[in-house]
Design a protein around this ligand. Structure first.
Ligand code: NAD
Length: 349
């Protein structure tokens, strides 16, 4: 089992990065340091880790506001903190934004990943006691028909600028393994949900719209299927890969919770109603079907046998429990919502 000392987390102030950092610090098996590099786009906020910074800041937690497309900064950070492990989350992640303005997706997701790989190659040279873990998405595999599921062998078939940029970064990571023997691992995960997700993605958008009495827009006929994974289970999957994953290997990770979007939104209406007393029929009455997203993949589903059997990981949270926890978190953290939305508006102005 690998031991980790100085862990560089990119995009640690975003949704999954935040949950991952929290997960690692709550893990008895970790005594090292975490260095979080984040540019703090609209999707990242230092508020997410205020308590972690108070407890560990300057001793075991270090934050660097930086852009991963800047090679010199990455080189500096690799050397200054003697980085031995990278978990690379930083990315532009919202599919709709990638359709309306793709440029930043190319810079951050492709050029940013390339520069981090370069920094690792230059600083680590031929070391084999190090690891670069790249966090990717199942969206690189495109859309599934029938009853098939994505596995580690599924060919790439991205359909929108976000998934194409992530696919491209995956290829670079694999190329650095084959060409330079850089010790890498890669994971392709299904849709995550849980605390600290910026309110632009399906679940927080729906919760926020219900509370505001606004329409609940669902693309197309609502029959698109996603495989939902509670974010803490994803954080734990990455931890398993860091500890036991084999160099050059890819792991697909999913929640084994496949629901149609319309079923998910209906269930959210019921949970919000139970937790707030708002009337369920009124909430369901807010559902409206809108023109489908261009290139909208129909179904994602993951066969995660490899990480389960090979590394002993399993998901622990079923969708219904995770949704209730998520609804409660958004209801209990109104200040967080207001702040992240306000900070986004300030960045725009
Ligand atoms: P997010 O949008 O919530 O967070 C991204 C973070 O990256 C933010 O903190 C942002 O400030 C930072 N960032 C963006 N551009 C940067 C740059 N140029 N330099 C430094 N930092 C930058 O994203 P997320 O949902 O937490 O996703 C994290 C990773 O996991 C991404 O790589 C994404 O592709 C992957 N992923 C996400 C999901 C999901 O359902 N959310 C599923 C599978 C894989």
């Amino acid at each position: 089992m690998r031991s980790l000392k100085n862990l560089l987390v990119t995009g640690g102030s975003g949704f999954i990065g935040t949950n991952f950092i929290r997960h690692v610090f709550s893990n008895d098996g970790f005594a090292g340091k975490i260095i979080n590099i984040d540019k703090l786009t609209y999707a990242g906020n230092t508020l997410n880790l205020v308590d972690i910074n108070e407890k560990y800041g300057g001793k075991r937690y270090f934050f660097e506001r930086a852009d991963i497309t800047d090679l010199n900064i990455s080189l500096e950070v690799f050397k200054r903190y003697a980085i031995d492990t990278v978990v690379h989350f930083a990315a532009e992640t919202h599919v709709d934004r990638s359709i309306s303005s793709p440029t930043q997706f190319i810079f951050t997701n492709i050029v940013g990943t390339f520069n981090l790989l370069e920094a690792a190659r230059i600083v680590w040279k031929d070391r084999k006691d190090v690891l670069f873990h790249h966090v990717s998405t199942d969206e690189v595999f495109g859309s599934l028909g029938g009853k098939r599921r994505f596995t580690e062998c599924t060919p790439y078939d991205p359909r929108n600028p976000y998934s194409a940029s992530k696919a491209s970064s995956d290829h670079l990571v694999r190329a650095y393994f084959y060409t330079y023997h850089l010790p890498v691992t890669l994971s392709n995960c299904s849709n995550n949900y849980g605390p600290y997700q910026f309110p632009e993605k399906l679940i927080p958008v729906m919760i926020e719209s219900m509370l505001a009495g606004k329409p609940l827009p669902i693309y197309g006929d609502g029959k698109n299927i996603r495989d939902w994974l509670y974010v803490e289970d994803h954080a734990n999957a990455i931890w398993h890969i860091l500890k036991r994953g084999d160099f050059g290997e890819k792991y697909v990770v999913g929640g084994e919770n496949q629901w149609e979007n319309i079923k998910l939104v209906n269930r959210l209406c019921e949970l919000v109603s139970e937790e707030t007393g708002l009337l369920e029929p009124s909430l369901k009455g807010l559902i409206s079907f809108v023109k489908d997203r261009p290139g909208h993949d129909l179904r994602y589903s993951i066969d995660c046998k490899k990480i389960k059997k090979g590394l002993g990981w399993k998901r622990t949270v079923i969708l219904d429990d995770g949704l209730r926890r998520t609804v409660k978190w958004y209801l209990e953290n109104r200040k967080w919502i207001e702040t992240v939305i306000n900070d986004q508006d300030c960045q725009r102005n």
